[in-house]
Design a protein around this ligand. Structure first.
Ligand SMILES: NC(=O)c1ccc[n+]([C@@H]2O[C@H](COP(=O)([O-])OP(=O)(O)OC[C@H]3O[C@@H](n4cnc5c(N)ncnc54)[C@H](O)[C@@H]3O)[C@@H](O)[C@H]2O)c1
Length: 371
C-alpha cells in the first residue's frame, strides 16, 4: 500500500512540498511512490484549484479533516508559523508522520510541546531545513568529518536577505509575535543555525544583540501603519560545545542580498567557505603542496557529491532550490520505510529553536545565555 500524502498550504513552501512529493521517486528511484491524496487550503475553492494543478486527488478547506483522514499517512505542514503546533500535534495524535516547515513554533514552549508529542506518538517527523540537503553543504560536512581542515577553531555565519529592507512594504503576519514568533531569527536565522550545528555540533552559550530596523509598516487595507513586533536583524557571538568560537548574523533588511546564507569554517589545517547564493559550489583551502601554489579552490558540485547525481549525470550543470526539497522528501521516505529517525526531526530541530530563542533572550537581557 502506497503512502497517502496530505499537504496543508499551497504558497511558497506548499508548492515546494508538492513538487518534492511528486518527484521524489522519479528522481531518486530508491524510494517508494506516494499518493497525493488530500490538499488543504483556505478558502476551499483555492484548495480545489491547487489540487488540480499539483495533482492531488481530493481537496478540503478544513485542516482537521485532513489530519484525521484515514487515507492520509503523512502530513506536510506549510502554513504560517502560528498553525504549526496545533496542526503537527493533531496529525501526530491521529497517527500520521509529519513533515513540518521551520520554525517549529512561535515560542520555545510550542516547539517543546511538538517534540514531546512526536516522542509520545512513536511517529516520525521531519523539519524543513532544506539547505542541509545541499550536496555542496553535505560535502563540507564530509570534509570536516574526515579531518581535511583539521580541528575547527572558528566559525563565521551570516544569513542576509532583503525581503523586509523596503520601509514601504506592507505589514504582514511575519511582523507579528502572535503569528510569526521571532522575526529574522525564526525566518532565516534558524536555517543558519541548522547549517552551523550540522557541521560544528551543539552551541553551548552565546551573547547577542538585535534590532527592529523599520518599527512600523503600512497596513494592507490603507488604514494606517502596523507595528513591527519582531527583529529585523540579530547578531551573536557563539561558543560551541567542541570549544570552537563563532559569530552569527541574520538580517531580513540587507539590501541586495537575496539568500546569502553562508559560513566560513576555519580549521587548523584549512578553511571551507559556503554561500547558498552560489549553491552549486564550495570553496576549499587546505595547507598542502608547495606554498607558491596554494590557494582557495572552487569545487563545482557534480555526481561525486551526495544527492546531486540523481538529478543530473553531468558535474557543474547545477541543481536548484526545489531540488533540495526533493532530497528532503526522499530522506523522509527512506526513514519511514526503514523506521529510522530522519535528521533533523522534531527532537533535533528543537535544539536549533533553543539557539534562536537563546539569541533573543541574550539580546533582551544583555547577558551570556546557556543554550
Ligand atoms: N524551508 C524554507 O526554505 C522556507 C522558505 C519559506 C518559508 N518557509 C516556512 O514555510 C511556512 C509557510 O511559508 P510560505 O512562505 O510558504 O507562506 P505562504 O504565505 O506563501 O503560504 C502559506 C499557505 O498557508 C495557507 N494557509 C493559511 N492558513 C491556513 C489554514 N488555516 N488552513 C489551511 N491553509 C492555510 C495559505 O493560504 C497559503 O497557501 C512558514 O512557516 C515559513 O517559515 C520555509
Amino acid at each position: 500500500m502506497t503512502l497517502g500524502i496530505g499537504l496543508i498550504g499551497t504558497g511558497f513552501m506548499g508548492k515546494a512540498h508538492a513538487l518534492a512529493w511528486r518527484n521524489a521517486r522519479a528522481v531518486m528511484g530508491d524510494v517508494q511512490d506516494v499518493r497525493l491524496e488530500l490538499l488543504c487550503d483556505t478558502p476551499e475553492d483555492k484548495a480545489a484549484a491547487f489540487a488540480g494543478q499539483f495533482g492531488f486527488a481530493r481537496s478540503t478547506g478544513d485542516w482537521q479533516a485532513l489530519v484525521n483522514d484515514p487515507k492520509v499517512d503523512v502530513v506536510s505542514i506549510t502554513t504560517p508559523n502560528r498553525f504549526h503546533k496545533d496542526m503537527a500535534i493533531a496529525a501526530l495524535e491521529a497517527g500520521k508522520h509529519v513533515w513540518c516547515e521551520k520554525p517549529m513554533g512561535l515560542t520555545l514552549a510550542e516547539a517543546e510541546e511538538m517534540a514531546e508529542a512526536a516522542a509520545r506518538s512513536g511517529k516520525l517527523t521531519m523539519t524543513g531545513y532544506n539547505y542541509t540537503r545541499n550536496p555542496a553543504y553535505r560535502h563540507a560536512q564530509k570534509l570536516v568529518q574526515e579531518g581535511r581542515i583539521g580541528r575547527i577553531v572558528h566559525v563565521r555565519g551570516a544569513v542576509d536577505e532583503d525581503y523586509q529592507a523596503d520601509p514601504d512594504l506592507p505589514w504582514t503576519w511575519r511582523a507579528k509575535l502572535g503569528e510569526a514568533g521571532l522575526g529574522a531569527l525564526g525566518d532565516i536565522g534558524c536555517h543558519l543555525i541548522s547549517l552551523l550545528c550540522g557541521i560544528c555540533g551543539p552551541i553551548e552559550s552565546l551573547i547577542a544583540d538585535m534590532q527592529t530596523v523599520h518599527e512600523t509598516r503600512p497596513l494592507p487595507d490603507g488604514t494606517g501603519r502596523g507595528k513591527v513586533e519582531n527583529e529585523d536583524t540579530a547578531t551573536a557571538i557563539l561558543r560551541f560545545a567542541n570549544g570552537a568560537q563563532g559569530s552569527f548574523a541574520a538580517s531580513r533588511s540587507a539590501w541586495g542580498r537575496k539568500n546569502r546564507l553562508g559560513f566560513e569554517i576555519h580549521g587548523t589545517k584549512g578553511m571551507i567557505i559556503y554561500d547558498q547564493e552560489r549553491m552549486n559550489e564550495l570553496q576549499l583551502f587546505v595547507n598542502e603542496g608547495p606554498k607558491a601554489e596554494q590557494g582557495f579552490r572552487t569545487i563545482l558540485t557534480g555526481p561525486d557529491h551526495d544527492g546531486y547525481g540523481a538529478f543530473c549525470p553531468a558535474p557543474g550543470h547545477q541543481i536548484g532550490f526545489n531540488d533540495l526539497k526533493i532530497i528532503e522528501a526522499a530522506d523522509f521516505l527512506r526513514a519511514i520505510e526503514t523506521g529510522t529517525r530522519p535528521w533533523p526531526d522534531f527532537a533535533a530541530a528543537l535544539e536549533f529553536e533553543k539557539v534562536i530563542h537563546a539569541i533573543a533572550e541574550a539580546a533582551r537581557s544583555g547577558t551570556r545565555v546557556s543554550v
